[in-house]
Write a new protein. Structure first.
Length: 205
């Protein structure tokens, strides 16, 4: 006879993010070791049953999944007061039922797209490779953890003529205060630590 180990119940709470349109739903389960940003329903339908189920709700505009949380960005014409509890119950139920979060092969597929983008040579010149590595290291070490606390993500995109372009994902995408964070925090740190960096600009993910 198989012995079934009783799992602790799924706990879930919400955290506000700096973006009034995004809310972070934090669980006591590891959902996905990586970052999965679904801004379009088509990508969600291809790779994430959880994001697909969320997109089926009329008030969901974007889904970002990493570690133990899901950041949901809502449609502007809905109020959190009306939909937060529904989303909370929905996500909790989905995780409790051990529904599939992300399909196998997602990280590899995204890495492939990233590699093609790099190969296209739009990202940085050969002589800037070492510099770019330092920029990436600083972003990964100092910026990413803080941005993740706010339910978002930041990725290095390109470096040209002293300008670093980053992509903002999750709650940071379209967030009013992300520009301030970007200019005051990230740009300030990078220009201080790497004199070659003149400016940091963002593409909204």
């Amino acid at each position: 006879m198989e012995s079934t180990v009783a799992k602790s119940p799924v706990m879930l709470y919400t955290e506000e993010t700096p973006n009034p349109e995004s809310l972070k739903f934090v669980t006591n389960r590891m959902l996905y070791r990586g970052t999965a940003d679904f801004r379009e329903e088509a990508l969600a339908r291809e790779w994430s049953p959880l994001a697909t189920a969320l997109f089926d709700l009329p008030y969901v505009k974007g889904v970002y999944i990493t570690n133990n949380f899901v950041t949901v960005t809502k449609e502007m014409n809905y109020d959190w007061a009306d939909i937060m509890l529904k989303l909370k119950e929905f996500i909790k139920g989905y995780v409790t039922d051990e529904g599939k979060i992300i399909q196998e092969g997602f990280a590899e597929a995204m890495a492939e797209i990233e590699a093609q983008r790099d190969a296209a040579g739009h990202n940085y010149s050969e002589e800037d490779a070492e510099l770019v590595q330092r920029i990436r290291d600083l972003i990964d070490t100092y910026v990413k953890p803080a941005v993740e606390m706010d339910g978002g993500n930041i990725e290095f995109q390109s470096f040209h003529n002293g300008i670093v372009t980053v992509v903002l994902q999750g709650s940071c995408s379209g967030c009013p205060s992300s520009t301030v964070t970007l200019k005051a925090g990230i740009e300030g740190m990078l220009t201080r630590m790497i004199p070659e960096v003149k400016e940091v600009v963002a593409e909204m993910g």
